[in-house]
Design a protein around this ligand. Structure first.
Ligand code: ATP
Ligand code: MG
Length: 406
């Protein structure tokens, strides 16, 4: 019996030159965190790959699936770990090709990394290929084989596999800094958040609830959405801001058509306060061009005018159906489509402005005590923490409390 391990490959990390070691360490830490309940030892760095050995072979597929779901992983392979002796490698190759049912053709692809092994890759392909031909009914097909037996030989051992779990790609979480994500309980913003996590960012969410004008359902949903997003280890915390009274104030003091934009400008300013506390360098929203009235180019400009940080909109050119498909595979769609009161529909005007100007919204805003409102929002916030190995919570948090402490 051979030892089993998930052999984890990454690609983009290789492009990062001098940062490479830091990227590898980050990915290793993220993997160790996500796999802690399934593996006993550490995840090892072995010449441009990572290896997670499993004590119980029945857990291997689960280990590969989880590893493949982490940003930065190009694929995880369900490998046999063997010595570099030809008897061992032959036997493991046979086990590996038999893992693919109903295959009729095969190919062997070996690779040696920095190794002193005397047999060249070509010879190894030939020798092991011959052994498979002699011991199975499989025929060789080098161009489109039903099963490809990959062999990777490193310094002290060899890894053989025929099953790969394709990864999400991207960059390891924790290599791109922190972003503040405006997280509604809708479909789009969780997907937007995931897109940034996939590019290596740690996300901290800010959710504006309609409380006390609405109930707490959106808050519970957003925390559930957060738990789903947090599976990849990329969500550190969600701040929940009761926003209903501030919206009410806006609706009493300003004209109806600009309300939504004024809510948004206030949201941006509150989010920037959390960005300052968290050391975040950008905001993220789930907007998609033209999807609703507030998402025209004019209105986006009218909202961005209130921001000092970059506002990233990773879904700006993505169609709704594409976003829905991504939300389904992320596992957030079911939560996002549950009925809940959305704070933006509170005091919603019948005809919101679709082409507001910056001058117009600035003028409308002079009726509001913006600074006091931002302060009130921040000090009424509560937060929920998630397990995130790359997240460091801010030390100083004036007035903000963990959920349940109030
Ligand atoms: P979503 O499905 O993400 O709610 P949407 O299509 O409903 O998006 P809007 O309601 O116009 O669009 O919201 C646009 C973006 O503004 C959202 O993607 C989100 O980033 C932010 N946003 C809207 N409402 C809230 C909220 N209550 N709390 C935090 N962010 C919000
Ligand atoms: Mg919404």
């Amino acid at each position: 019996m051979f030892e089993r391990a998930a052999l984890i490959h990454y690609h983009e990390i290789g492009l990062k030159g001098r940062n490479r070691a830091a990227f590898e360490r980050r990915l290793r830490d993220n993997l160790e965190f996500a796999l802690a309940h399934l593996i006993s030892g550490r995840v090892e760095r072995i010449s441009s790959r990572l290896l997670a050995r499993v004590a119980d072979a029945s857990l291997l597929d689960e280990v590969c699936r989880i590893a493949a779901s982490l940003p930065g992983v190009s694929y995880a392979a369900a490998a046999y770990v063997t010595s570099r002796g030809s008897d061992d490698m032959n036997a493991a190759a046979l086990l590996a090709v038999r893992e693919v049912p109903r295959a009729r053709t095969f190919a062997v692809a070996s690779r040696r990394s920095n190794t002193d092994h005397p047999v060249t890759s070509r010879e190894m392909n030939r020798i092991i290929g011959q052994y498979i031909v002699d011991n199975t009914a499989l025929a060789v097909d080098l161009s489109a084989p039903d099963v490809r037996c990959s062999i990777e030989v490193v310094q002290g051992e060899a890894y053989l596999f025929s099953r790969k779990f394709p990864g999400v790609g991207g960059l390891p979480i924790g290599t791109a800094g922190t972003v503040i994500s405006l997280l509604s309980a809708g479909i789009d913003s969780p997907v937007a958040t995931w897109r940034l996590m996939k590019r290596g960012a740690v996300a901290v969410g800010v959710h504006f609830s309609g409380r006390p004008q609405t109930n707490e359902l959106s808050e519970r949903l957003v925390v559930d959405i957060g738990s789903t997003l947090a599976r990849s280890g990329g969500l550190g915390r969600i701040y929940v801001v009761p926003f209903g009274d501030l919206q009410r104030e806006i609706s009493l003091l300003t004209t109806p058509d600009l309300r939504v934009l004024l809510y948004r400008r206030l949201m941006i300013r509150v989010a920037e306060r959390f960005a300052a506390l968290e050391g975040a360098k950008a905001l993220v929203t789930g907007e998609s061009l033209g999807q609703v009235a507030s998402q025209t180019l004019d209105n986006i400009a009218a909202v961005d005018d209130a921001a000092t940080l970059p506002v990233l909109r990773p879904l700006i050119g993505t169609n709704k159906l594409e976003i829905i498909a991504e939300a389904r595979s992320l596992g957030t769609y079911e939560l996002s489509t549950q009925e809940h009161a959305d704070c933006c529909t509170l005091f919603m005007p019948r005809t919101p402005a679709t082409h507001a100007t910056v001058a117009e919204v600035r003028h409308a805003e002079t009726a509001l005590e913006v600074k006091r409102m931002v302060g009130a929002a921040v000090s009424a916030a509560e937060y929920h923490d998630f397990v995130c190995p790359a997240y460091r919570a801010p030390k100083r948090l004036p007035g903000v409390r963990p959920a349940g402490e109030r």
